[in-house]
Design a protein. Structure first.
Length: 270
């Protein structure tokens, strides 16, 4: 999606990657609406964008509350006209504990933001996009932790939540109507408050991502070394299949996609 003249909503848009994306998209001519639970942080972010000549709006709220997201949608349509794109970016880092000892209530709270909050955001805006029929876009921020485990230990809740977002977006891209573009953002180590400002500069990452958004790429990537770690995981998986479940004649009978393709072909024949 070309962002000049567009209206874009970003949850978790007042800091980190969200704010960097807002800045980059805003400099390309879009007006942005930020959603953030902390009113002081939100006000500072909106003011900062406006000093750069970007038209910015802000609303406080919580992505774990659907009514709050519905209010965000109403607000954005009211102050910025029809919304063209939403970036479901809000997320938290959480505790660093082992899977066996993790505080499950803390894990649930993290998942409420990182996964259910993303899903609710996509639903609230996606349903409106679908009903309007206007060209629009749904983006969600996943993580390199959607592709492999970047943590040496203790990141189980975060890792699981980002795997879930990755899978959710993979399904959405297949289900979305033709007027809705989709994209999954896959940050690597990026300098934000969550990473104690270590990693790739957030503005550099944002420029890479927005370049890809503007040409309609689905996998929105920025850290080249991620491919090395991803290949480590998948080479191990491939080796397991090669040893214990190698290809054999007739194995396609158990492929789910081929099964549904046959069903559709039979239906088409009447």
């Amino acid at each position: 999606m070309k962002f000049a003249g567009k209206s874009v909503v970003i949850t978790g848009g007042a800091t980190g990657i969200g704010l960097a994306l807002a800045t980059e998209i805003g400099t390309r001519g879009a007006q942005v609406t930020l959603f953030e639970p902390r009113s002081d942080v939100l006000a500072e972010a909106v003011t900062g964008l406006e000093t750069k000549g970007i038209t910015a709006h802000g609303l406080t709220g919580d992505v774990t509350e659907r009514s709050s997201l519905e209010a965000l949608a109403d607000y954005a349509w009211d102050v910025a006209g029809p919304v063209d794109a939403v970036i479901a970016n809000a997320g938290v880092g959480g505790l660093r504990q082992s899977v066996l000892d993790f505080d499950l209530e803390a894990a649930r709270r993290l998942t409420e933001v990182n996964y259910w909050g993303v899903w609710q955001t996509l639903q609230v805006f996606g349903q409106r996009f679908r009903d309007s029929g206007r060209p629009s876009a749904l983006y969600a921020t996943a993580s390199e932790n959607s592709l492999f485990n970047a943590y040496p230990f203790g990141g189980g809740a975060y890792l699981a939540s980002k795997h879930a977002v990755f899978g959710l977006m993979d399904m959405l891209r297949r289900e979305a109507p033709a007027n809705i573009e989709t994209g999954v953002i896959i940050p690597g180590w990026t300098a934000t408050p969550m990473t104690r400002n270590m990693g790739m500069p957030a503005d550099e990452f944002a420029a890479r991502i927005v370049n890809q958004m503007e040409v309609g790429t689905y996998y929105l990537v920025g850290h080249s070394y991620n491919a090395v770690r991803m290949e480590e995981r998948w080479s191990e998986v491939r080796e397991a299949f090669a040893k214990w479940a190698p290809r054999e004649d007739g194995d396609e009978q158990y492929d789910v996609q081929l099964f549904f393709e046959r069903l559709q072909a039979e239906k088409a024949k009447g």
